[in-house]
Design a protein around this ligand. Structure first.
Ligand code: F6R
Length: 247
């Protein structure tokens, strides 16, 4: 596991974009596993700028996103498909038909999960999986649980997660109750994982995930078993790890 300690969010965004850019330059047909949330937004902006300048070419890249709210169409401004289009895909030369996000409107949840796993398989698996981390160590929508779920599945969102995401909706009632998410198995199958953590709110989760026991109660802790993980974290997110003298 490689940990890059950076000063702040701006530096984190540049570093993350550089790592993704290096991956795309070295393998133009890269399959990117992508995340939404606030953390990757700056990296996406940097990637868009590099592409606009002509320094980066996404024309042969494919992508598969981690998750999507169940019940929201891709046009809904809080859907993850909409987020990806507006924060990244509309600003780079990736072919939209090569970008994949679970279908939030799928009626048959089980069939949609099987379809999404088959999509990832048909792409030949993910080369580089980008991850943010939830305050309690969750990745994708894999929340603390008694087991690590393997493949794409449909989750009932906890009240805590719905409340955390309510800031993006008009009322708490508008926050979907379910979501599709890649499983921990899908994430672990990626050839390389890039996890970003910014801000003091992530300090405990980062410490528990990287140095605590491997436990489905802290889903990101499974990454300790992955052979190729890069962490980019700012000083605020690293406070606890620094305090314990682990870095
Ligand atoms: C997003 C995702 C989530 C976020 C996590 C952190 O696709 O899967 O696990 O990475 O909720 O969100 P932010 O970056 O907003 O702190």
């Amino acid at each position: 596991m490689l940990i890059y300690a950076v000063k702040d969010y701006e530096e984190l965004s540049r570093k993350a974009a550089n790592i993704i850019a290096a991956q795309v330059i070295l393998k133009p047909t890269t399959v990117l596993g992508l995340a939404t949330g606030s953390t990757p937004v700056g990296a996406y902006q940097n990637l868009a700028e590099a592409c606009t300048k002509g320094d980066l070419d996404f024309s042969q890249v494919s992508s598969a996103n981690l998750d999507e709210y169940k019940g929201l169409s891709g046009d809904h401004d809080q859907s993850y498909r909409y987020f990806m289009n507006t924060n990244l895909f509309d600003h780079i030369n990736i072919r939209k038909e090569c970008t994949h996000v679970p279908n939030g409107l799928a009626e048959d949840a089980e069939a949609e999960c099987a379809r999404y796993d088959a999509v990832i398989e048909s792409l030949g698996g993910v080369d580089l999986q980008l991850l943010g981390i939830g305050g309690n160590g969750y990745i994708g929508f894999n929340e603390p649980n008694d087991i690590f779920k393997k493949g794409t599945h449909c989750v009932t969102l906890t009240q805590e997660t719905r409340e955390a995401n309510a800031r993006f909706f008009e009322t708490l009632d508008d926050v979907p109750t379910h979501a599709f998410t890649m499983g921990v198995g899908n994430i672990m199958a990626a050839k390389k994982v890039l996890l970003l953590a910014s801000g003091a709110g992530k300090a405990q989760a980062l410490y528990d995930s990287l140095f605590g026991p491997i436990d489905p109660k802290v889903p990101a802790s499974i990454l300790q078993l992955h052979p190729d993980v890069i962490i980019v974290a700012d000083e605020a997110a690293l406070t606890l790890i620094r305090e314990k003298g682990l870095l």
